[in-house]
Design a protein around this ligand. Sequence first.
Ligand code: NAD
Ligand code: MG
Length: 389
Amino acid sequence: MTLNRRSVTVLGATGSIGNSTLDLINRHPDTFDVDTVTAHRDIVGLAAAARQSNARYAVIADETKYLALKGLLGGTGIQVAAGADAIIERAGAGTDWTMAAIVGLAGLEPIMAALRAGGTVALANKEALVAAGTIMMDAVVDHGATLLPVDSEHNAVFQCFEPDPARIRRIVLTASGGPFRTWSYEQMRYATVTQAVKHPNWPMGHKISVDSATMMNKGLELIEARHLFGVAPGMLDIVVHPESIIHSMVDFIDGSTLAQMGCPDMRVPIAYTLAWPERMATPCDRLDLAQLGQLTFEKPDEDRFPALRIAKSALYQGGATPVIMNAANEVAVAAFLQQHIGFADIMKVVEMVLETYMAPDPADLDDVHAIDEEARAFTTFHLKAAVAA
Ligand code: NAD
Ligand code: MG
């Protein structure tokens, strides 16, 4: 491999994306210098990640775990810090490349810090872009930073994209349809947590797995695509493709469609962002189309998956609506994972919040945080009533 040596930071190092990222990085110790790895509460996972990657810093968000983490890393020379501010500080330290793989809006400030430092950010954390898309994209320009999409669909579009919007007719995001693709709405009402987090093609963190089951994940991805590629909402489309081999497509005005394909393994899009603008070898499975036999496609069903309709409306409305939708969804998914509400209740809650909670458009990051916090409080307070309605 002929890549230049670069310093890297992995935010959310103990998660599914964080693990896949470190798996690639650790295979190339001569190319990647790990500056910082971070996690929420999992000190054992973080200490292992820091040791394996020979990181300079390990930062845990939960301050109560500082001493325990320090104990686990004693004698290694790895510096230890704790707290959300410590993560933001390390994220802004100016490493060449940062993986943004914290889940939820908690990842927003570290991303902004890395962008302000003018580095390259590989973005997995779609919730941050959904809530603060315009502000984040402005920061990329203002600070000469680079934002590369990790989400498999957006990474696929990025690989097929041409920046001249006049050449593009449509962007088509593929959706696996999730574990309940063939279930009736009635069946989904009784879906359990275990069933919801068992994705047919991709092993992922619990939050995004539930989002895939409700298909809110695809809704968030529409908004993510709008910001990343600067296209009008009407140019974005979804097709269900259960095999997850075509990761997305770009339709050009002349009738050509470019699609990016590969086995469903997040290390492929992550490697693309790690090596960009080069490419690097990975140990991932190769595509064998003859073995697969066929690829199938379906229209998305907005009746069984109301999240698609809800997110589309937020995509067109913009302003505070995506912030509120994301906040309500994060709260409702957490409530489902704790078995406080049922699976179909997740979208009932999100829809109720969007119908009743209003906020002016956010002008800056403080506004985004204020709307997010109020919308979370509102959702939590009205959770039971929304479910009972
Ligand atoms: P995960 O739950 O497996 O990992 C989340 C990581 O974030 C963990 O390291 C955790 O410690 C950290 N974290 C959680 N809350 C935090 C907080 N409050 N402060 C600091 N750190 C915190 O999730 P994942 O599946 O790896 O997904 C991460 C992000 O990537 C999500 O935004 C998800 O939508 C996106 N994404 C994931 C996949 C996938 O295949 N897993 C694909 C596309 C996009
Ligand atoms: Mg995706």
